[in-house]
Design a protein around this ligand. Structure first.
Ligand code: GDP
Length: 366
C-alpha cells in the first residue's frame, strides 16, 4: 500500500486533516484495514469506476485501493540537528512514498503558530530547509565513507561518485533532489542512502472554511507559483481541514448535499488522494474472483505476470495468461458474460502491459 507522510510546521492543520482522513475511512465498513495507531491511518481512494463496476457485476464484496497516511508531527526549525522530535521525525519520512506538505492559509489569530503573521511560502521554506539540511548531512557522511572505496578503484565507482556529487551540488544550491533528472536505478540508490528530498511532494493549502468554494482564493495560485520549479507553478490542493473533518463525520447523502451546497464536485480529501495517485504515475486495474471485486494500483507499464504478483507471488510464478476487458468495453456490453458471448473478452500473454481501467482475470498454475 502507498504510504503518504503529512508534514508541515506545528499548528498548520495536519492532525485535523489526518483525523478527517481516518474518519472518512471508518465509513467504508467493508474495508479490511483499520487505523493502525494514533498517527497512522488508511484512506480509501475514491473511484467512480469501481462504483460503476459494483453496480454492474453485483459482487459479494468490493475493495477499493487505499493509501496509508502518517501524521508526522514534531517538525520545528533545527529538526535536522535533532531539535524537537527531529530525528524521529526525519526517520518516519524516510519510509514514505510521497510527502503531502501542509501549509497554512487560514487566518485565525488565536491559533499560535510560532512565527509572526501568515506567510505560507516562508513556512514551506522552513520545512524544506530542514529536509535539505538533513539530506546534506546524510549525503556528506555517505560520500566520506565511500571515498575510501572509491580511491581503491576510481574507474569502477565513477558512476556512483558522479551521482552523489551531483546530488550534493544540487542540495547546496538549496534545491530538492526531486528537481534532478534521475533514472529508476539512481532513485533506488539514493533511497538506500536515505535521501528525503527525492520524494515527490503534493502541496496542501489549508484555507479558512469561508474561503472554500468553486473559485479558489488568489493566494492559492500565488502559492503555486512561489513553490514551483523552472517556470512552472507547483500544483496545490486547496482545502479546509476543519471543513473536511466536518464533512467526514456526515453520512454519505448529507455529505454529498453539503458539497453541492458549496458547489464543490469533490471533497478536498478526494482531490488530495487522487492527486497523490497521479503524482506517483499510478494506474488502477480491477479483478473479479469468487464474486469479489477489487481495485489494485500499479505503476504504468507493468506486464501482466508482475501485476498478478501484486495479488499473490504464486500467481506471478505460475502465470499462464490473462483474460482482459477494458472498463469501457465491459460497461458497453453490460457484463462479463455478455462480453464473452460477443467473443470480445481478450486473452493476453506474458508480454501484455496492464492498462488503466483493465478488468482482469488471471489464469495461473499452482
Ligand atoms: P497540526 O499541529 O499541524 O497538527 O495542527 P492541528 O490540526 O492540531 O490544528 C491546529 C489548530 O488549527 C487547531 O486549533 C485547529 O482547529 C485549527 N485549524 C486546523 N485546520 C483549520 C482550518 O481549516 N480552519 C481553521 N479556522 N482552523 C483550523
Amino acid at each position: 500500500m502507498l504510504k503518504v507522510g503529512l508534514v508541515g510546521l506545528p499548528n498548520v492543520g495536519k492532525s485535523t486533516l489526518f483525523n478527517a482522513l481516518a474518519r472518512a475511512e471508518a465509513r467504508v465498513s467493508s474495508y479490511p484495514f483499520t487505523t493502525i495507531d494514533s498517527n497512522v491511518g488508511v484512506a480509501v481512494v475514491p473511484d467512480p469506476r469501481l462504483a460503476r463496476l459494483e453496480a454492474l457485476l453485483d459482487p459479494l464484496d468490493t475493495t477499493p485501493c487505499a493509501i496509508e497516511f502518517i501524521d508526522i508531527a514534531g517538525l520545528v526549525e533545527g529538526a535536522s540537528r535533532g531539535e524537537g522530535l527531529g530525528n524521529r521525525f526525519l526517520g518516519s519520512i524516510r519510509t514514505v512514498d510521497l510527502i503531502a506538505h501542509v501549509v497554512r492559509l487560514f487566518d485565525q489569530p488565536d491559533v499560535a503558530h510560532g512565527y509572526p503573521g501568515l506567510d505560507p511560502v516562508r513556512d514551506a521554506e522552513i520545512v524544506q530547509t530542514e529536509l535539505l539540511l538533513a539530506d546534506l548531512e546524510v549525503l556528506g557522511r555517505a560520500i566520506e565513507k565511500r571515498s575510501k572505496v572509491w580511491a581503491t578503484d576510481p574507474g569502477a565507482h565513477a558512476g556512483e561518485r558522479e551521482l552523489l556529487e551531483r546530488c550534493r551540488t544540487r542540495l547546496e544550491e538549496g534545491r530538492p533532489l526531486a528537481s534532478l533528472e534521475l533514472d529508476a536505478a539512481a532513485r533506488v540508490e539514493l533511497e538506500a542512502v536515505g535521501m528525503l528530498t527525492t520524494k515527490p511532494v503534493v502541496w496542501v493549502a489549508n484555507l479558512s472554511e469561508s474561503e472554500v468554494g468553486p473559485q479558489e482564493p488568489p493566494a492559492v495560485e500565488e502559492l503555486g507559483w512561489a513553490l514551483g520549479e523552472e517556470g512552472r507553478p507547483a500544483e496545490v490542493v486547496a482545502l479546509s481541514a476543519l471543513l473536511e473533518a466536518e464533512l467526514a463525520a456526515l453520512e454519505e447523502d448529507d455529505r454529498r448535499e453539503m458539497l453541492e451546497m458549496l458547489s464543490l464536485p469533490a471533497s478536498g480529501l478526494e482531490r488530495l488522494v487522487e492527486r497523490c495517485f497521479d503524482r506517483l504515475g499510478l494506474i488502477r486495474f480491477y479483478t473479479v474472483a469468487n464474486r469479489k471485486l477489487r481495485a489494485w494500483e500499479l505503476p504504468r507499464g507493468v506486464a501482466a505476470p508482475a501485476a498478478a504478483g501484486r495479488i499473490h507471488s504464486d500467481m506471478e510464478s505460475g502465470f499462464i495468461r490473462a483474460r482482459v476487458a477494458s472498463f469501457d468495453e465491459l460497461v458497453a456490453a453490460g457484463g462479463l458474460a455478455e462480453l464473452a458471448h460477443q467473443g470480445r473478452l481478450r486473452t493476453e500473454g506474458k508480454e501484455y502491459q496492464i492498462r488503466d481501467g483493465d478488468v482482469v482475470e488471471f489464469l495461473f498454475s499452482r
